[in-house]
Design a protein around this ligand. Sequence first.
Ligand SMILES: Cc1cc2nc3c(=O)[nH]c(=O)nc-3n(C[C@H](O)[C@H](O)[C@H](O)COP(=O)(O)OP(=O)(O)OC[C@H]3O[C@@H](n4cnc5c(N)ncnc54)[C@H](O)[C@@H]3O)c2cc1C
Length: 426
Amino acid sequence: MVIGGGIAGIQAALDLADKGIIVHVVEKTPSIGGRMAQLDKTFPTNDCSICILAPKMADCFSHPNTNVITYAEVVGVEGKAGAFKVKVLKKSRYVDESKCTGCGECLEKCPVKVPSEFEMGLGVRKAIYMPMMQSVPRVMTIDKEHCLMTLKGKCGNCKKACKREAIDYEMKDQVLEVEVGAIIVATGYDVWDPTTSTEYGYGRYPNVFTAMEYERMINAAGPTHGHIERRSDKKRPQKMAFIQCVGSRNPQVGHPYCCAVCCMHSTKEAMLAREHHDDMESSVFYKDMRACAKGFWEYVERAKRDYAVRYVNSDATVQENPENHNPIVVYDVGGRQQSEEFDMVVLASTLIPRKDTIELAKILGLKLDQFGFLESTDRILENGRTVVPGVYLAGYCGGPADIPESVAQGSSAAAKAVETLVQAGV
Ligand SMILES: Cc1cc2nc3c(=O)[nH]c(=O)nc-3n(C[C@H](O)[C@H](O)[C@H](O)COP(=O)(O)OP(=O)(O)OC[C@H]3O[C@@H](n4cnc5c(N)ncnc54)[C@H](O)[C@@H]3O)c2cc1C
């Protein structure tokens, strides 16, 4: 079983399935894909993220050896390596997965609009929805917290619109019992909410965005169709600041570790701003540049040379010019405080252990490290192996990892799982 259908989990599942092993993939949200599906491009190649991910999502879902269980979570585990019994709670979508084709006719008729989680609240979705255009499986879900029919017994528009009779308001949650030989946990991360840290003005100053919001904004399929827009007046910015290490390497907010991706994703985002508009001026405020993996340093050099990205080595905080809602970045150069007005600020909010990691660790008997990530028995020599034989980790749930590392860890966890299956004679 693979728990979590992000890039790490997808890679693990595909490696196992290709070896002829049956894999159950349990994904909490209505679609597999994870965070990579939300990104516009990926460093260090600036490949279109969903373009390289979508074929893997489709392969993972349609592989003859996989059983992808979405909108589901693990609620109990018994047994041992080679013979685990896993209880999976499959939440009701109120939509019959075998009938829905994702045609979208129900969407048009649904009167309820709520902020879209996938679009980081910059766009809206309906109470019946698919998280994204490329959702896998391509099936609608009714959000019972907002659906007028499940809440008040009124409406029924989606049911009337559905020619395939896929809507079922009486559908119940199900508990499935699955027997597996090994378990791979690949549940990823949460993005830290910078509202709590007043020095960046996020939530107070309209033209301060998080990097994940910006990723959605610059995406052609995103809420602004790829247009970079200020919240205050919908104008496009011409001068942008990207602030790194927001909430990371900062023991005062409880996240003392480096999130391992913000040097590179801020660089990418600054480059992309210039790709969108030739006259864009981007500045990156950084503590120190951690561009250590293959091609990363060259990537930063390219940003400076070909995209005129300016790098400023300083901590930074944000104030606002109340007359035009321009964010003002306050920073320090050679011990002298400077302040500079920008049209928009993008915060590289740190990435943190998911809130539900503690619960999942209890269910599986796993340990957490000092930051709250799932712990490997030895981060150097036994990365991905846990205190529970037969249970392995892959991707960001085990600590900071970019996409290439998450993919490598997915493959590594799959190889370890095979070892368990062979030893147990499964
Ligand atoms: C703004 C930003 C930009 C980035 N840009 C890049 C980039 O350009 N290049 C790059 O290499 N990296 C980038 N990253 C990092 C990248 O997002 C991660 O490296 C990658 O997503 C990690 O993959 P994952 O599969 O471990 O986790 P995730 O992508 O978080 O996937 C985890 C999956 O598990 C599911 N899940 C969670 N809990 C449960 C549960 N209990 N049961 C079942 N399912 C569960 C989730 O719903 C999700 O689908 C960026 C990150 C941010 C924030």
